[in-house]
Design a protein around this ligand. Sequence first.
Ligand code: GAR
Length: 197
Amino acid sequence: MLRVGVMVSGGGTNLQAILDAMENETVTNAEVEVVISNNPGAYALERAKNHGIEAVCLSPKSFESREAFNEAFLKKVDEYDLDLIVLAGFLVTIPPAMIQKYRNKIINIHPSLIPAFCGVGYYGLKVHEAALKRGVKLTGATVHFVDEGMDSGPIILQKAVEVLPGDTPEILQRRVMEEAEWKLLPQAIHMIANKKL
Ligand code: GAR
């Protein structure tokens, strides 16, 4: 059984997609051991509790320095003996020591077709705002391994999604989630858990 930890910051719809896929066995041989949020108000924490999963909040704001947070974060993650760390809308930079220790064991979902609209400053709705501003006709989502750079690690899966006339950032975000993110992230976990990668 692959021991998975999911890191979240917000609503947690990607977390929900993972939990649903595990329940209906679209994802096999994997189990979520812990959900960690930097944001005490994240609804994702409720979703975890509703599924009987340990929900932990660790906010950089309650530490004296970023170094102190990073140390506590790594210590917390180490407690769960995880095989895979999934960043599902996690908006905190992963400490370099964690990347080193968990190399090829951290994956992230990004709401665009990398290398478009990624890197510093591109997260959440901002990604879709930028895609609409540029006038692209196709966007999508990407699951990739996390390395020291921002959205720069090896790509695991991508799926294209159409941009339609009249799209707002919110409408586009929802379509990208429904058509791409909620499928790709569980699929990547299933592939890793079943050694198909
Ligand atoms: C998702 O769209 C995810 O791709 C994005 O944040 C959203 C989280 O939604 N992540 C990034 O932008 C990372 N750079 P959720 O909390 O409902 O899963």
